[in-house]
Design a protein around this ligand. Structure first.
Ligand code: NAD
Length: 458
């Protein structure tokens, strides 16, 4: 009997299995598809590989401004997709190696839980003291006439070419990342978002700025819009919608449905065994245990924030708990990163969220226009904003839209996780010329003391 059986080898499951093995638990890992899950095979990594190629292409296209002349610029999509596949393949091989050296038994097939301590994988039966479900999520499809004609992010990332024109239903993270990718390649894009702004769960300013940047790059953005029908048309597909009471329509080679993801529990439970769920997601307590003792669930399948690093952190914390350790991870502080151009990153509370909690806050914000590194890179509209507790000076949140935002957010998360004050953060001298200098400026701006900003007269 194993001490732990993990079902699903995405970032949540395989990292949990490795930590379990490090802590001395005999561990089985079950996966029916490729190691690395959605993130590695159909999500974060392939998307970012395509985005990287698009950035290189755009930089070459705009090269004249930097004295670079790329005559007859073209994009070989076969090479772009082959490179993406190579990156994914390398990382997948790395996981396989890690599974092996950590002496984790890998079972290939669908893991079906038959009883609290029994998982069937085809002909094999795994007995385990504990079971951890980490089966992730799959794209959700909205109930729209003709939705079967739409592609999901899985389909687009698994294809061998990027469409010449695309209508995107849903202006969330997947929607704006694909819109960013296609506009950088000079393709035609329309985004149709039901709510009143793009990236609705994030700070309002992100949605507004992304919308402006996308429009400037040639995309059409329809917010407050309800899709009524998708059908075949001359240009490929036609999508009809209603925006602010008025009917609208656009045509494109393809339609992408990016309206969220739902828990993946297909084939997971045998007849006669189940755990408590709510709208498809598995319900867990603070230790990630379901209503069946010894059966745990983490990541997208258990709802919450559907991000790879959230799943990994939950998996590690869950396994540390099982091994009798207290995890030090701050699971309430999960950074959000959106790989648009410029990048978006956010952690902790926004000013609106802090106020809703009854906290008195001070805000420091600087536009990136005065940042040398941003000017060098020819950067687009952006900003760094910090939210500080007005009473204690403790940093509560940070929102950034600028070059390297997705890397820089780590500094802010480390500060918030450790309860650092603005004054403590300002002890550090930040190097020049970097995007990071804007962090010092935003922290100083709380007291109206940013150097590269017009003085605030009191
Ligand atoms: P999402 O929840 O981020 O966005 C879906 C959007 O679709 C929402 O803005 C919603 O208002 C809108 N919508 C819903 N129904 C609609 C309809 N009928 N017509 C028009 N708009 C509609 O979901 P997503 O973009 O599909 O991403 C799925 C998950 O994957 C998210 O949890 C996301 O965080 C994660 N993800 C993260 C990253 C990243 O971290 N960089 C990248 C990709 C995906």
């Amino acid at each position: 009997m194993y001490q732990l059986a993990v079902i699903g080898a995405g970032p949540g499951g395989y990292e949990a299995a490795i930590r379990a093995s490090q802590l001395g638990l005999s561990t089985a890992l079950v996966e029916r598809d490729a190691l690395g899950g959605t993130c590695l095979n159909r999500g974060c990594i392939p998307t970012k590989a395509l985005l990287h190629a698009a950035e290189v292409y755009q930089a070459a296209k705009e090269g004249e401004a930097f004295g670079v002349c790329a005559k007859e610029l073209s994009l070989d999509e076969a090479v772009v997709f082959a490179r993406k596949d190579a990156v994914v393949g390398n990382l997948r091989q790395g996981i396989a190696q890690l599974v092996k050296v950590n002496r984790i038994d890998l079972y290939e097939g669908t893991g079906c839980i038959e009883a609290p301590h029994r998982v069937r994988v085809g002909e094999a039966v795994i007995e385990a003291e504990r079971i951890l479900i980490a089966t992730g999520s799959v794209p959700a499809l909205p109930p729209i006439e003709g939705i079967e004609l739409a592609a999901t992010s899985d389909d687009l990332l698994g294809a061998k070419a990027i469409p010449q024109s695309l209508v995107i239903v849903g202006g969330g993270v997947i929607g704006v990342e694909f819109a960013s990718l296609l506009t950088m390649l000079g393709r035609s894009v329309s985004v149709i978002e039901a709510l009143d702004r793009l990236l609705p769960p994030l700070d309002r300013e992100f949605g507004q700025s992304v919308s402006m940047n996308l429009k400037k790059a040639g995309a059409q953005v329809h917010t407050g819009a309800r899709v009524t029908r998708i059908c075949r048309a001359e240009a490929g597909l036609r999508i009809e919608f209603e925006a602010k009471g008025k009917p609208g329509a656009c045509e494109a080679e393809a339609v992408l449905a990016a309206v969220g993801r739902r828990a993946n529990t297909a084939g997971l439970f045998s007849e006669g065994f189940t755990v408590a769920t709510e709208r498809g997601r598995i319900l867990v307590d603070e230790r990630f245990e379901t209503d069946v003792p010894g059966v745990y669930a983490i990541g997208d399948v258990a709802g919450g924030i559907q991000l790879a690093h959230a799943a990994s952190a939950q998996g590690i914390a869950c396994v540390e708990g099982i091994a009798g350790q207290k995890s030090g991870l701050r699971l309430d502080l999960i950074p959000s990163c959106v790989y648009t151009n410029p990048e978006i990153a956010s952690v902790g509370l926004t000013a609106d969220e802090a106020k809703a909690k009854g906290l008195e806050v001070k805000i420091g914000k600087v536009p990136m226009g005065a940042n040398g590194r941003t000017q060098i890179a020819g950067g687009a509209r952006g900003f760094v904003k910090v939210v500080v507790d007005a009473q204690t000076d403790v940093l509560l949140g940070a929102q950034m839209m600028c070059g390297r935002a997705t890397d820089m957010i780590g500094e802010m998360n480390a500060a918030i996780a450790n309860g650092l004050t603005r004054a403590q953060m300002l002890r550090a001298v930040r190097a020049h010329p970097t995007f990071e200098e804007a962090i010092t400026e935003a922290l100083e701006a709380v007291e109206g003391r940013a150097i590269h900003a017009a003085p605030v007269r009191h």
